[in-house]
Design a protein around this ligand. Structure first.
Ligand code: GDP
Ligand code: PGA
Ligand code: MN
Length: 610
């Protein structure tokens, strides 16, 4: 290691971790950056980097009176979402990637990537970001180091994870394993070449090597493609670690619900991207006496506790939320957190007084804006002012209703798990699973109409098991088996109750069958009352739905008949649904757990008698 430390590029390396030094050296040799910079995570550093980004035109400083220490970024129009087509799980064996993932032989992929990364950081700074997902004081902290040539990524990672010197010192002291996460925009600069505001490369590759637990991301500067602690590590790589170590890494929010009797319940919920996690996590209940606090809005790590209970933590430190639809009416808690500043907005519109705006932020639409592509915009423009997948990136600590348990490395015991998707028809507002395995069946057949969160067509129905379709880092059938096996180690009395929800069902006239947002507290209330054995339900072939009078609609302009309509199980719709589930399950081949096959068979049997 003495040798390595002598090399000029690494002279000032603030670590003696041999593996880390060797990797940084290797990457620098491959990518040929002008300089190497070790990120310390300090305030001064952030000021310097954001100043540089403003000077380079990547960031626009917002009016500090409106949004202190906040910035807007505008991406290349071809770099606005996760690229699932270009996302790969390169396991040693193709079988282990399963049918839900793109796969290429890891050696072939490495050769290809080495070609792409060769010289890819020329003319740029290579930033080394030590980070930890979850608590630095966890029993087994999950470390990573991201190498990137994007200062925007550094500034965003600083919001989304704990980064910098304290983390690096712990990695060094404990000689810890870390996930090497390599990112390059793929836009080297020739001497004298002018930079653009949002460098990226049309050729994008988001690649995971699950056995090695490494990530290589090339060509995109956007969100889940580039902030590698988030989807790439905390879901795809972590799901593989979780399989091997007996825990679960899931695409879920965590909230804390306090009843009028002051009893606390912790609930997690898995919804696909842009289907309501952040909104439910930051719920402002519209019913008297019920309180909600939040622990997380996107990723949940769960393990079985000492007493056989299922415990959940949020490994992230920030929110990377969908901006459109987030407003003072729908999500005041998010709005208050954003208003404190220290945020980075991407692809939102700018107001003339140096603030931000997006569709749904305020009832009143500003008379003039600059849209996300820099064009003058007025309400008669035929295009939205903000990109549909525009985002706010904000520290979680700025949320007033953050539960203090967020800070506990042990996490919280879950009482309920919700699975939900965006379905115009078929799926009732809420259905309680008949049993834990029946709940896993619900999760495994979860479906949703696609959104702008991923590149590709919007509004196409796809199955999205546990909302993890783009994030399962291994074979999908093995993943479902793992869910069954982990819960096999739990105390059956302490397993959470599982519910399927759908905030997006439509009525015959095309409107939403349920008002959603803050009123979703009424659905949570019913779920908790079911757990306590206090609420009435109607048994249907798919599970238990609220009896018309059992859902609290006090103060709403809704009758019990509306509720019955929102929770209706329609035989014709379900015949089509069962055929579609049958097709979905066929894709698993031999890998489908028997217990889930029998769940489908019993459901078909119950439906035929319905
Ligand atoms: P996430 O990506 O899963 O965190 O989803 P968000 O909470 O950011 O919501 C994505 C989109 O769904 C936003 O446009 C929201 O306004 C919308 N949304 C969220 N919750 C509800 C709801 O209860 N009802 C309806 N109709 N829309 C919702
Ligand atoms: P999401 O994640 O789309 O699930 O919200 C953000 C991203 O990956 O860009
Ligand atoms: Mn979200």
């Amino acid at each position: 290691m003495g040798d390595l430390a002598q090399k000029p590029l690494l002279e000032k390396a603030p670590t003696t971790h041999a593996g880390l030094l060797a990797w940084v050296e290797e990457v620098a040799e491959l990518t040929q950056p002008d300089r190497i910079y070790w990120v310390d995570g300090s305030e001064e550093e952030n000021t310097r980097l954001t100043d540089e980004l403003v000077a380079a035109g990547t960031l626009t400083r917002l009016n500090p009176d409106l949004f202190p220490n906040s910035f807007a970024a505008f991406s290349d129009p071809a770099d606005v979402a996760r690229v699932e087509e270009q996302t790969f799980i390169c396991s040693e064996n193709k079988r282990d990637a399963g049918f839900t993932n793109n796969w290429m032989d890891p050696r072939e992929m490495k050769d290809k990537l080495r070609g792409l990364f060769a010289g890819s950081m020329r003319g740029r700074t290579m930033y080394v970001i030590p980070f930890v997902m979850g608590h630095l004081d966890a029993e087994d902290p999950k470390f990573g180091v991201e190498i990137t040539d994007s200062a925007y990524v550094v500034a965003s990672m600083r919001i989304m994870a704990n980064i910098g010197t304290a983390v690096l010192d712990k990695i060094t002291e404990t000689n810890a394993f870390f996930v090497p996460a390599l990112h390059s925009l793929g836009a080297p600069l020739e001497p004298g070449q002018d930079d653009v505001a949002w460098p990226c490369n049309p050729d994008k590759w988001i690649v995971h090597f699950p056995e090695e637990r490494s990530i290589w991301s090339f060509g995109s500067g956007y969100g889940g493609n580039a902030l590698l602690g988030k989807k790439c590590y905390a879901l795809r790589i972590a799901s593989v670690m979780a399989r091997d170590e007996g825990w679960l890494a899931e695409h879920m929010l965590i909230l804390k619900l306090t009843s009028p009797e002051k009893k606390n319940y912790y609930v997690s919920a898995a919804f696909p991207s842009a289907c309501g996690k952040t909104n439910l996590a930051l719920l402002d209940p519209t019913i008297e006496g019920w309180e909600v606090e939040t622990l997380g809005d996107d990723i949940t790590w769960m393990r079985i506790g000492k007493e056989g209970e299922l415990r959940a933590t949020n490994p992230e430190a920030g929110l990377f939320g969908v901006a459109p639809g987030t407003g003072w009416g729908t999500n005041p808690n998010a709005m208050r957190a954003i208003a404190k500043g220290h945020s980075i907005f991407t692809n939102v519109a700018l107001t003339d007084d140096g603030g931000v705006w997006w569709e749904g932020m305020t009832d009143e639409v500003p008379a003039h804006l600059t849209d996300w592509q820099g064009n003058s915009w007025t309400p008669d423009s035929d295009k939205p002012a903000a990109h549909p997948n525009s985002r706010f990136c904000t520290p979680i600590a700025q949320i007033d209703m953050l539960a203090e348990e967020y800070y506990s490395p042990e996490g919280v015991e879950l009482s309920a798990i919700l699975f939900g998707g965006r379905r115009k028809t078929t799926v009732p507002l809420v259905t309680q699973a008949r049993s834990w395995t029946n709940g896993i069946f619900m999760g495994s057949t979860l479906s949703s109409e696609t959104t702008a969160a991923a590149a590709g067509q919007v509004g196409v129905l796809r199955r999205d098991p546990m909302a993890m379709l783009p994030f399962i880092g291994y074979d999908a059938g093995d993943y479902l088996k793992h869910w069954i096996s982990v819960s096999g180690k739990a105390n059956p009395e302490r397993l959470p109750h599982i519910f399927l929800v759908n905030w997006f069902r439509r009525t015959a006239d095309g409107g939403f069958a349920w008002p959603g947002f803050g009123d979703n507290a009424r659905v949570l209330k019913w779920a908790i009352e079911r757990i306590e054995g206090k609420a009435d339900a109607v048994e249907t072939p798919i599970g238990y739905v609220p009896a018309g009078h059992a859902l609290d609609v006090t103060g709403l302009d809704l009758t019990h008949a509306h509720v019955e309509d929102a929770v209706r199980v329609d035989r014709e719709e379900w015949d089509a649904e069962l055929a579609s589930i049958e097709e979905w399950y066929a894709k698993f081949g031999d890998s489908l757990p028997d217990a889930l096959r029998s769940e489908l068979d019993s459901l078909k049997d119950r439906m035929s008698r319905h």
